[in-house]
Design a protein around this ligand. Sequence first.
Ligand SMILES: Nc1ncnc2c1ncn2[C@@H]1O[C@H](COP(=O)(O)OP(=O)(O)OP(=O)(O)O)[C@@H](O)[C@H]1O
Length: 247
Amino acid sequence: MSALEVENLSVELGGRLVLTGVNLSVDKGELVGLVGPNGAGKTTLLRTLMGLLRPRDGRVLVGDQPVRPGRAELGYVPQRHEFAWDFPISVENVVMTGRTGKLGLVRRPGVADWEAVAEALDLVRMTDLRTRPVGQLSGGQRQRVLVARALALRPPVLLLDEPFTGLDMPTQELLSELFLSLAREARAVLMTTHDLPGAFYTCDRLALLNRRVVAVGAPDQLRDEQIWMDTFGIHEHSPLLKILKAT
Ligand SMILES: Nc1ncnc2c1ncn2[C@@H]1O[C@H](COP(=O)(O)OP(=O)(O)OP(=O)(O)O)[C@@H](O)[C@H]1O
């Protein structure tokens, strides 16, 4: 049994079929990269996995159970621009919403909650900035807050939407090493990214999406240039193909 199982999923948005017949599984222990051109349906897939969108057909199983919105087993890191950064709230209180919000409880956080928040902040190296209002953070620091928020409930499945966009190299490295080590601690991690060389280098498997799953496999099994040319609409002399070959 996979930690996350997507079966024959189709999703319609605004009367258009955005995803069709998507099958994908992510096992405990692996980091899977979801790649594809703009508009391929990557974010739509993650939002459907979270139970935020209702599929037209097919189903999503998390640990053998159908997905429901707000399931504690799923940690979600949305794209940075989707979060209301102007809200006057500190770093540690945003991370705490990853616990209290998910549990749907109106209650004062307890010792175990603060311990989990401290652990999550430590994992993303944000302990020193824990009392800082989130509106005062840089893009890379904001990204780390969103990751910590998703980790606060220690979910077995982690979904990440373009976590590397706009990050400098050290922050990218910090996060990609963190995602890999979280996967190795028996979590299932699915991450969308436009950093194809990075995905080739870091991910255990890649799923190439373009409304449907075009190809899926270990990076070494996806060296067929034609797949990339067809899916991204690039030509045979594209620098991207050279980079992928060299990775
Ligand atoms: N609310 C919506 N109503 C109608 N169509 C939508 C809606 N949201 C997204 N779409 C369409 O669904 C398709 C998939 O969008 P999605 O954001 O999932 O793609 P993506 O692969 O994440 O793209 P990108 O790499 O640009 O972030 C696009 O054609 C988009 O225009």
